[in-house]
Design a protein around this ligand. Structure first.
Ligand code: NOJ
Ligand code: NOJ
Length: 449
């Protein structure tokens, strides 16, 4: 573990050992709690990063495991999606000034440049291999059956690379000094342009179709990519990426369901309403903020508060989607997930950031209920009051999830809907990165209060 985070981890876990926010709430307010979690969650996250983490001693440098759990379930692999999302959290800390994280980011990027060239069941570098969802920790291809390809992954990886490279360019690095990274970005973006209309497996690895989340991150990657390509002088590529954004946008619009007043994660899937936490995740990785996201979130939360016994009719633990049957190991009943609950909080903080900058959206039949409710049934344009209540609502997701942290803030993938026990893969890397994202987003809006 990184020394600075190790220190933060030791100090904070000594003071917090086994204590959830709820138990501590009388003596510790949420500002203090989130401050402590920065060190704790980052410590756990870095434990899963090769080859310096506690759980990652004998794996490839730069490989990020989804979880140290190597049996029932076996998550001891590198998923391209999970690792891209995780490294973006690390890059954010680096951009805020933690220079010591630089070698970790570089190792990740070197590993990804290498992985792109590994022939795998989806194909090779030139023929579809970039859509392969997961690899062994030694960087070899996973040959077993799997839902492949998963076309959100290359888009997310490109976003991570661009985030880092833009910073380097801002600080004097010349494109010719980082050619292998630039080639990696362009390969992922070219792939994205060539596949966005084709069905692929969704981020939950279950449905082969065209999905809201996948399209949404593809759009963001191409938006970032068009500017990036221009910056490095790749004009044709820039034009190609820019031209693909509009058709993706039109497709994304089809997921808004006027009748039910929600953005759906997918359309026409038997036995699925389409109400899905992936829509929240999509919002977090989008450069815009869709006004229908909050009403969608509210509906998702209300249905899950009512359906999961562990929520006792008032808690706000969120799962992937109501019809889920994946229990973290096999199929029985689905549960709330830490990462989904954290993401719900973060979406609300993001909405606040957005409305602080651009003002409240035009009120429509679909969003008015949300704003009236948060205005305590008064003036739906009373932003200070709405804002205060939205923060309270968002914070409650974090507080409710914190009750189910293990000793030292450990988080698995899921929380049993029945008795609140942690379920599924232990120490899921994404559980930590999603908490950190929510906490830092919260801090950003608190700063502007
Ligand atoms: C494992 C996948 O990772 C998970 O998302 C999925 O729900 C189950 N397999 C069931 O297909
Ligand atoms: C199952 C989740 O559904 C998927 O999104 C994730 O990538 C893998 N587990 C690994 O964490």
């Amino acid at each position: 573990m990184h020394i600075r985070w190790l220190l933060a981890f030791i100090v904070s876990s000594a003071s917090l050992h086994g204590i959830s926010f709820a138990e501590k709430s009388e003596s510790m307010d949420i500002n203090h709690w989130t401050e402590l979690q920065k060190g704790i969650a980052m410590g756990h996250l870095l434990d899963n990063v090769g080859d310096s983490g506690k759980h990652t001693k004998n794996i490839n440098p730069g490989c990020i495991i989804a979880s140290p759990s190597d049996n029932v379930p076996n998550y001891y692999f590198q998923w391209v999606r999970d690792s891209a999302l995780t490294i973006m959290t690390v890059i954010d800390r680096f951009l805020e000034g933690d220079q010591l994280l630089d070698p970790i980011i570089i190792k990740y990027m070197d590993e990804m440049v290498r992985l792109q060239k590994v022939k795998n069941p989806s194909g090779d570098f030139y023929s579809g291999g970039l859509g392969e969802p997961k690899f062994h920790t030694d960087g070899s291809s996973y040959e077993g059956d799997w839902g492949r390809p998963q076309n959100d992954s290359p888009a997310l990886r490109a976003m991570a690379f661009i985030k880092y490279l833009n910073h380097r360019f801002d600080h004097g690095t010349e494109p010719h000094e980082v050619v292998p990274y630039i080639e990696a970005v362009l390969a992922d973006l070219d792939y994205t342009v060539s596949v966005w209309e084709k069905p692929s497996f969704d981020l939950w690895e279950e449905i082969q179709d065209v999905h809201y989340f996948t399209l949404s991150v593809q759009k963001t990657a191409l938006q970032e990519g068009a500017a990036f390509a221009m910056r490095i002088g790749a004009r044709d590529q820039s034009t190609l990426y820019a031209e693909t954004i509009h058709p993706i946008d039109l497709k994304l619009g089809e997921f808004w369901d006027h009748q039910s007043g929600i953005i759906k994660g997918y359309k026409n899937i038997p036995n699925r309403s389409g109400l899905d936490c992936s829509v929240l995740l999509a919002s977090l990785y989008s450069k815009e903020f869709d006004t229908h996201t909050l009403p969608t979130l509210k509906k998702l939360q209300e249905s899950m508060t009512n359906s999961y016994a562990v929520n006792q009719g008032h808690k706000q633990l969120i799962g992937r989607y109501l019809e889920d049957v994946y229990d973290g190991v096999g199929s029985s009943i689905g549960n709330p997930w830490f990462l989904c609950t954290h993401s719900a909080a973060e979406v609300i903080y993001k909405a606040i950031q957005y409305y602080d900058s651009y003002g409240l959206p035009e009120l429509t039949n679909h969003n008015i209920q949300f704003f009236v409710e948060f205005a305590e049934f008064g003036d739906p344009y009373n932003w200070p009051l709405i804002r205060k209540n939205m923060i309270k609502y968002a914070d409650k997701f974090l507080q409710d999830a914190s009750e189910f942290h293990g000793p030292n803030g450990s988080m698995s993938e899921q929380i049993s809907r029945v008795d609140g026990k942690q379920m599924g893969a232990l120490d899921l890397t994404w559980s930590y990165s999603s908490l950190l994202n929510a906490i830092y987003r919260r801090e950003a809006i608190k700063r502007t209060e």
